[in-house]
Design a protein around this ligand. Structure first.
Ligand code: IPM
Ligand code: MG
Length: 370
């Protein structure tokens, strides 16, 4: 295959650069040992970009992201930039990437690794074997709906407005991704909204049901209110296979699902656009965790969510399932071997730094391919 595969790496803020450098080492390993090479570019996003060029995302970086086969992002945000006006915050850089690349489908798997069953705050018998995926709509809803803003009221005081809005087209395309994913898994889809209080939720439920009846009648579909789903995720998370939900509920439920697995530091995500005629889609991969400013720069962050995001990238953007499997097996291997970063530390295990965790992954990759 002579076609060059282009990757744009945007490490971002906080622990982003630290975890991303471990991904870079795995990228080098793939070149050396598997002959899989990428043309890797790097750029700035978020606070790092604000500090260097006065904007959370430069036009030039946006253009490179549009042209890349895939974007790998670390994390954005931090206390340093919190007081900035809304449009200039680090998070706007990420939101703009999602919106302009039209990455409407956000896949957030939350598998519980056997070795980490005890790291979950829930009882082992509730989470053992858990394997769910949240499919979150990512370019619509209250995150982008108009009108929005803060205005002064004539009599004093102010008014803050955001708009939750979904169209048939937006609902159907995200539901289709979720049904297709469920078809490759345990064939169960739970659609989550608040149709008891929101018209956008009523429409969501109707459109998902209609798509089911028309094209995916062989997938078991259920509907759930978002508050109940938050509760069911704690009560009995294994009842779920794939969950599809809107931007805001997906944001919240995926943090909750992440915690079931023991650590936000373990969870990857893929954000995908519509496939073109050749089956190619724009894509961005990032860990679900944030920039963790409290531990940034100390070399203790968990790089596994970023590495697993890179594995998703190999699988979804480059059809490199064998290499993706290898990385996932290496992660499992180091965990089984007792390596733990601080966030997943357990009694009797070896507490290691970001760097040592990365090195252990490389050693495990060597072993798996020896
Ligand atoms: C996420 C994050 C983002 C979001 C922030 C950083 C804008 O929480 O990816 O879940 O709210 O979508
Ligand atoms: Mg979030």
């Amino acid at each position: 295959m002579s076609e060059t595969k282009t990757l744009l790496i945007l490490p971002g803020d906080g622990i982003g650069p630290e975890v991303m450098s471990e991904v870079l080492r795995v990228i080098e390993w793939l070149a050396r040992h598997r002959g899989v090479t990428f043309e890797v570019g790097q750029g700035l996003v978020g606070g790092a970009s604000i500090d260097a060029q006065g904007t959370p995302l430069a036009e030039e970086t946006m253009a490179r992201a549009m042209a890349a086969d895939a974007v790998l992002l670390g994390a954005v945000g931090g206390p340093k930039w919190e007081a900035l006006p809304f449009e200039q915050k680090p998070e706007r850089g990420l939101l703009r990437l999602r919106k302009e690349m039209a990455l409407f489908a956000n896949l957030r798997p939350a598998p519980v690794f056997d070795a980490l069953v005890d790291a979950s705050p829930l009882k082992p018998e509730i989470v053992r074997g858990l394997d769910i995926v949240i499919v979150r709509e990512l370019t619509g809803g209250v995150y982008f709906g108009e009108p929005r803003g803060i205005s002064d009221l004539p009599g004093g005081g102010r008014r803050g407005v955001n708009t939750q809005v979904y169209t048939t087209e937006e609902i159907v395309r995200i539901a289709r991704v979720a049904f297709q994913l469920a078809a490759k898994r345990h064939r169960r889809l739970c659609s989550v909204e608040k149709s008891n209080v929101m018209e956008s939720g009523v429409l969501w439920r109707q459109e998902v049901q209609a798509l089911h009846d028309a094209e995916f009648a062989d997938i078991e579909l259920s509907h759930m209110y978002a508050d109940n789903c938050a509760m069911q995720l704690i009560r009995d998370p294994r009842q779920f296979d794939v969950i599809v939900t809107d931007n805001l509920f997906g944001d919240m439920l995926s943090d909750e699902a992440a915690m079931l697995t023991g650590s936000l530091g373990m969870l990857p995500s893929a954000s995908l656009g519509e496939a073109d005629a050749d089956g190619r889609r724009r894509a961005l991969y990032e860990p679900v965790h944030g920039s963790a400013p409290d531990i940034a720069g100390r070399g203790v962050a968990n790089p596994l969510a970023s590495l697993l995001s890179f594995a998703m990238c190999l699988r979804w953007s480059f059809d490199l399932a064998a290499e993706a499997d290898l990385i996932e097996a290496a992660v499992k291997g180091v965990l089984d071997g007792g390596m733990r970063t601080a966030d997943i530390m357990q009694p009797g295990k070896a507490r290691v730094s970001t760097r040592v965790m990365g090195e252990s992954i490389l050693r495990e990759l060597d072993k798996l391919t020896a």
